[in-house]
Each structure stands twice: as structure tokens, then as C-alpha cells.
Write a protein that binds this ligand. Structure first.
Ligand code: NAG
Ligand code: NAG
Ligand code: NAG
Ligand code: NAG
Ligand code: NAG
Length: 395
């Protein structure tokens, strides 16, 4: 049996908030719903709605910011071109096709746009955000967007969250983005960006999460990354970064024991309104795997005592595993595989009480595996891979 939106709702002339999320509703969304005279918040997310929606969506202003949330349905067809009085729009996880309408960037009061995980292609319109605007959240991830990032994105001076990950974007990160100094989340993973490490990132002093993985960036990782005091998650995997892990006055901003605790980041606008954004469903830390790093691992790595995950695998790191790694007391997963590390496994690694995954294989380590009760537990309940070549375990 189909559960649809009842017809009599079209008579609810004073309805301000309609919240029908997660109700197994299906069928097409009736067009009259988008024109109810008092409606300001429409949340139909997490249902099975299908079909197309009208090109014009009109919300009414009220005490609340006006919200249109149609995420997680099966809606198809083009993205609406005209949005009147919409502050927040979430169309993610649907089957929208076509390109991003340029008009979307011209809505003066829009604060959040999420089009993630649809079938949208073409460029991010050049005319997007020509003028001063209040956009805080822009999520265009998991589509097939191509071409370069328009310089006009630099006009979004209130932007906090920018996710362009998993598209086919090319070129370099535009310099104009340096005006967006409020940015806290930047995800460009899985595109075709190239050039050296984007220097504009130095301007993002509020940055907490940075993901540049799976692009064509190359050259050195700059020292300023160590001065981004709020940075908690740094994913640079699968690029061509070379030379060393940067060592500045601080390393990676991790002087203190920062721990990323949740899967959500909360964005507060205008006092009371909150949107929750799913950020990462796993704890992560520093991932610079699959690059071309070729130096020794710095002794200062031990200062990263708040991160649960360190992945330096698939590089050409040389020298010893630093004793100081034993000070990375929050580590749960340590992957140093596929490097050219030599000599013995430092006994200090046995101090890592939370470690459940350790991979040291495909190196040139020698000597014996340290023994102590903690390591024995790791062997029984976790994963240890030290490679087969030289090491023999004595007990
Ligand atoms: C986007 O793609 C990435 C990588 O393929 C995937 O991990 C992530 O879950 C996707 N996001 C959504 C919302 O499906
Ligand atoms: C690192 O990469 C840059 C850019 O590709 C290159 O100019 C430089 O020579 C490389 N450094 C080393 C040590 O290979
Ligand atoms: C570390 O990175 C490599 C390559 O990017 C990946 O294959 C491996 O699964 C990662 N290790 C862990 C523990 O996630
Ligand atoms: C350890 O790393 C190597 C190389 O990255 C990989 O082939 C192997 O499967 C990993 N071992 C475990 C137990 O994850
Ligand atoms: C591995 O270590 C051995 C003994 O220390 C050394 O003779 C050999 O050259 C090393 N191999 C590589 C590929 O570094």
C-alpha cells in the first residue's frame, strides 16, 4: 500500500511547519505543497518520494529560517531554478540531473545549499555568488561536476563548510578563496585538482577538517599546516606530495590532546538555528598515505598525542621508527607499511594501550618484536602485520 501526502493538507492555509521525515511516504510530491500560503519549513527527507518537483519553490518568511529538506528520496529531474525566500535547501541523496542553475547563487538570503550525491554534471556556474551573500554551507559532493572552481566562490565570505569532494573538478584552487577566512571544513577529495599544496589554506585559521586526498597535488607539504591551530583531521592521501612531514614551530597543530569525538559538526546560525552536518563517521587523524614522502619520520611525531589514526603507508620514508611514537597515546591504528624503514621496532610502541591495528609490513625492519602483555593482547584481539621477511617473534 502506498502512503502519500493526503489531499486535505492543501487546505491548511495556516500551516507553517510540515515535518514528515522518515515516514515511508512515496509517490510524487504534490506541487501545491510548494505554494501553501504560510509554509516556511518543509521537511520530507528520508522517504521514498519520486518524480520531479516544480521549477519554482516559494516559502513564506516567518520567525524561523525557511527550510526545504528533501534529502534521501528518489526525486529526479532538474534542480529548481527559482527559490523564493529559501534560507536552507537540502536536495542531497536523490537522482537530480542536469546542471546547477546559476540563479541559485543569486538568492540573497540563502545560507545552506546541499546537492550532494545526485547526478549533477557540468561546471559550477561562473556567475555563482557574484555579490555579497550569507552562504555558510555549500555541499556539492558526489556528483559529476567538471571544469575549474569559479573565482566568484571567494565572494562567499561567510562560508564555514565547503565540500566539493568526489567530482571531476580540475585546475588549481582559486586564489580568491583566501577571502573566505571563516572556513572550518574544506573537502576537495577525489577530484583532478593539480599544482602545489594550495597556499590559500594558510588563510583559513579556523580550519578543523581538511581533505585533499585523491587529487594530483605535488611538491612539499608546507610548514604553515602546523600553525593551523584548530586542525583535527588532515587527509592528504593519494597525491604526489614529496620530501618530509612538515616540521614547524608546532607540528600539525596537535600540541594538545585534541580528539575528534563525534560524527557530526554543528553549525549555529543566527543564534538558535542549528543544522547538523554529517562529517565523518569514523575517527580519523593524519593520513598522508600513498604519496612520495622520502625523508625520515620526524621525532616530533610524538606530539601528535591526540589522534587515533596515523597512516604513512605507501611512501618512501627512511630511517628508524622514532621512539617518540610511543608518546602517541591515543593511537588506535598505525599503518607504516610500504616504506623503507630500517632497524628494530622500538619497545616504546608497547606503551600504546589503545592500539588495535598495527601494520609495519613491507619495510626493512630487523631484530625482534617487543613483547609485553599489551602487545600480546594486540596479537590476540587486534591486527598486527609486521611482514614475513626478517622478523622472528621470541617469547
Ligand atoms: C561520497 O563518496 C565517498 C567516496 O566514494 C563515499 O565514502 C561517501 O559515502 C559518499 N557520500 C555519500 C553522501 O554517499
Ligand atoms: C618534489 O616535487 C617537486 C614538484 O614536483 C619537485 O620540483 C622536487 O624536485 C621534488 N623533490 C624531490 C626531493 O624529489
Ligand atoms: C592506509 O592507506 C593505504 C593507502 O592509501 C590504504 O590502503 C590502507 O588501508 C590504509 N590503512 C588503514 C589502516 O586504514
Ligand atoms: C599491511 O599492509 C600491506 C601493505 O599496505 C597490506 O598488503 C596488508 O594487507 C596489510 N596487512 C593487514 C593485516 O592489514
Ligand atoms: C635492508 O637492511 C639490510 C641490513 O640492514 C641492508 O643490508 C639492506 O641493504 C637493506 N635493504 C634496503 C632495500 O634498504
Amino acid at each position: 500500500m502506498r502512503r502519500e501526502i493526503p489531499e486535505f493538507f492543501s487546505n491548511l492555509m495556516s500551516l507553517v511547519v510540515l515535518f514528515l521525515a522518515n515516514n515511508s511516504l512515496s509517490g510524487a510530491i504534490p506541487y501545491w505543497l510548494f505554494n501553501l500560503p504560510a509554509l516556511s519549513v518543509l521537511d520530507l527527507s528520508m522517504n521514498n518520494f519520486e518524480g520531479v518537483i516544480p521549477p519554482l519553490i516559494q516559502m513564506k518568511s516567518s520567525l524561523f529560517p525557511s527550510i526545504v529538506n528533501l534529502a534521501r528520496n528518489k526525486i529526479e529531474g532538474p534542480i529548481p531554478t527559482q527559490l523564493e525566500n529559501v534560507n536552507v535547501i537540502d536536495l542531497s541523496l536523490n537522482n537530480f540531473v542536469g546542471s546547477i542553475p546559476a540563479q541559485m547563487g543569486e538568492i540573497p538570503a540563502i545560507r545552506s545549499i546541499s546537492l550532494s550525491k545526485n547526478k549533477i554534471h557540468g561546471p559550477i556556474p561562473e556567475s555563482f555568488f557574484q555579490s555579497i551573500n550569507v552562504l555558510q554551507v555549500l555541499d556539492l559532493s558526489n556528483n559529476s561536476l567538471s571544469c575549474t572552481v569559479p573565482r566568484s566562490l571567494g565572494n562567499c565570505k561567510s562560508l564555514i563548510y565547503l565540500n566539493l569532494g568526489q567530482n571531476k573538478l580540475t585546475g588549481s584552487v582559486p586564489e580568491e578563496l583566501e577571502r573566505v577566512t571563516s572556513l572550518r571544513y574544506l573537502d576537495l577529495n577525489g577530484n583532478e585538482f593539480e599544482g602545489s599544496f594550495p597556499t590559500v589554506i594558510e588563510k583559513f585559521q579556523e580550519l578543523e577538517i581538511l581533505n585533499l586526498a585523491g587529487n594530483r597535488f605535488k611538491g612539499r607539504i608546507p610548514k604553515f599546516i602546523g600553525d593551523l591551530y584548530h586542525l583535527r583531521i588532515l587527509v592528504l592521501a593519494s597525491n604526489s606530495f614529496n620530501e618530509s612531514i612538515p616540521e614547524g614551530t608546532t607540528i600539525l597543530g596537535y600540541y594538545y590532546s585534541l580528539k575528534f569525538t563525534g560524527a557530526h559538526s554543528e553549525i549555529v546560525t543566527k543564534g538558535q538555528t542549528r543544522f547538523h552536518l554529517s562529517v565523518y563517521s569514523y575517527n580519523t587523524g593524519f593520513d598522508v598515505s600513498s604519496n612520495a614522502l622520502s625523508s625520515k619520520i620526524t621525532e616530533k611525531i610524538g606530539l601528535l598525542n591526540g589522534i587515533p589514526l596515523l597512516n604513512l603507508s605507501h611512501n618512501s620514508l627512511t630511517g628508524l621508527i622514532p621512539q617518540t611514537m610511543g608518546e602517541m597515546i591515543s593511537l588506535e591504528s598505525l599503518d607504516l607499511s610500504y616504506n623503507q624503514l630500517t632497524c628494530e621496532i622500538p619497545v616504546t610502541l608497547t606503551l600504546l594501550n589503545f592500539l588495535t591495528y598495527l601494520n609495519l609490513s613491507y619495510n626493512n625492519l630487523s631484530g625482534r618484536i617487543p613483547t609485553n602483555p599489551q602487545f600480546d593482547t594486540l596479537y590476540q584481539d587486534g591486527t598486527v602485520d609486521v611482514g614475513k621477511k626478517i622478523l622472528v617473534r621470541y617469547s
